[in-house]
Ligand binder design. Structure first.
Ligand SMILES: Cc1cc2nc3c(=O)[nH]c(=O)nc-3n(C[C@H](O)[C@H](O)[C@H](O)COP(=O)(O)O)c2cc1C
Length: 411
């Protein structure tokens, strides 16, 4: 018991140590105080549950770097206008049992809902294509050069505030079709200036964010990056692009690179490593491990000890779990004690629209997170269609409050 690689500590390039190889990977909780976009008591309760659960690293759900560019109405934003008190509590509660807590920081770019009443900006004015659901997302405008610079500075400002609030690190979200991943993608980034065209230009936003954060925070503060292994779209960010990006990130003082995949348009984030498609994903992770000089984290479909060991044996340093920890938050502690682990997987519905099926799956996971945030037991066998309807309704209600409170402030 406890002798497996899973519970071997890991030294990070920044000189700190993670007590084991399990990370609670980022999951949008939609539990912020909607009016202020700050962490709520309910959100903090959820992290108290995860803190007790034994993960080595807890990565928060994505936190927006700009409150006027929100991905969802229940998301947290951390910027110069934020009151840090609840952020300090969030960090302290998450660290209390020995985990490191990293804040994932993000900007949605074009992946922004219409019902929030915000203007979306993206590398190019290309809207999201998610079939019948496309009209739920904004028509973006092309970001002017000066705005690209100010967004980079916002990432840096949020990272500094996260450090001030007591987080151990940040993870820059450069995956899943959000702003930085839009810049990386030749399908969506049609710019002809220094931010578009060649792979080096498309990656300039990511490299600038990472370089400037590293220079602005203490050397022991972790700087991680989440990238797609691929967008899974023809002509998009490809596996060979990912290998090149990892090659440069090696030189920028990064402490961990997390590999994922997909976007709203091609939701492969729910890919399963323990399926036939998943093993191809693991094969790709091995290629990345060969070129990376920093610890690699792999997330997607991991819930069983055997799969964790298989992934770690492939040279991956950290296994990232989200769904499994939303269902069984103390899974690491139970594993270490050698206890039987209840099934920690959802079954995404087999609907023809992959986007709606992915949204329903997210609904099931969020249902469980809400349960834990209220101190209730998880009941993860809720039907995806119910979870989808509930999530849709809650999202609609939050968006109304969001719009009303923002309007009152503007008036
Ligand atoms: C409800 C939910 C919310 C998510 N939110 C985020 C997020 O905020 N940031 C992120 O990088 N990934 C997010 N993801 C993707 C996960 O981090 C992860 O890549 C994906 O769920 C696959 O891992 P799993 O099979 O362990 O769930 C989310 C996934 C779920 C289910």
């Amino acid at each position: 018991m406890g002798q497996s690689k899973i519970f071997t500590p890991l030294d990070l390039p920044n000189g700190t140590t993670i007590r084991n190889r399990i990370a609670k990977a980022a999951m949008e909780e939609s539990l912020a105080d909607v009016a202020t976009s700050t962490p709520s008591k309910q959100l903090i309760n959820l992290y108290a549950t995860w803190a007790k659960g034994g993960s080595g690293v807890i990565i928060t759900g994505h936190v927006m770097v700009d409150r006027s560019a929100m991905s969802g109405p229940g998301d947290v934003a951390l910027d110069a206008d934020s009151n840090l008190t609840m952020f300090q509590e969030w960090a302290a509660v998450s660290r209390i049992h020995g985990a490191q807590v990293w804040m994932q920081i993000n900007h949605p770019g074009r992946q922004m809902r219409t019902d929030l009443g915000q203007q979306a900006y993206a590398p190019s004015a290309i809207p999201l294509d998610v079939g019948g659901a496309s009209r739920l997302f904004c028509q973006p405008k092309e970001m002017p050069d000066s705005m690209v610079e100010s967004v980079i500075e916002r990432f840096v400002a949020t990272a500094r505030l996260a450090e001030e609030a007591g987080f151990n690190g940040v993870e820059v979200h450069a995956a899943h079709g959000y702003l930085i991943s839009q810049f990386l993608s030749p399908l969506v980034n049609k710019r002809t200036d220094r931010w578009g065209g060649s792979p080096e230009n498309r990656a300039r936003v990511l490299y600038s964010v990472v370089r400037r954060i590293r220079a602005a925070v203490n050397p022991s503060f972790a700087v991680a990056v989440k990238i797609n292994s691929a967008d899974f779209q023809r002509g998009g960010f490809s596996p060979s692009d990912a290998i090149d990006v990892v090659g440069t990130l090696n030189t920028l003082g990064v402490d961990c690179i997390e590999l994922s995949g997909g976007s709203y348009e091609s939701p492969a984030m729910v890919i399963r490593i323990d399926s036939s498609k998943g093993s191809a994903y693991l094969e790709f992770a091995k290629e990345i491990v060969n070129v990376a000089t920093v610890p690699i984290m792999l997330t997607g479909g991991i819930s069983r000890r055997k799969v964790m060991e298989q992934v770690l044996d492939a040279g991956v340093a950290i296994v990232g779990l989200t769904t499994a920890l939303a269902l069984v938050p103390d899974l690491p502690v139970r594993l270490q004690r050698g206890e039987r682990i209840p099934t920690a997987k959802t079954t995404p519905p087999n609907w023809s629209s992959k986007t709606l099926a992915s949204a329903a799956n997210l609904g099931v996971v969020k249902w469980n997170m809400r349960k834990h945030s209220k101190g209730e037991k998880a009941t993860y066998q809720i039907w995806p269609i119910f979870a989808f309807i509930i999530e849709f309704f809650l999202g609609w209600r939050r968006a109304r409050v969001f719009k009303q409170t923002r309007k009152v402030k503007a008036d």
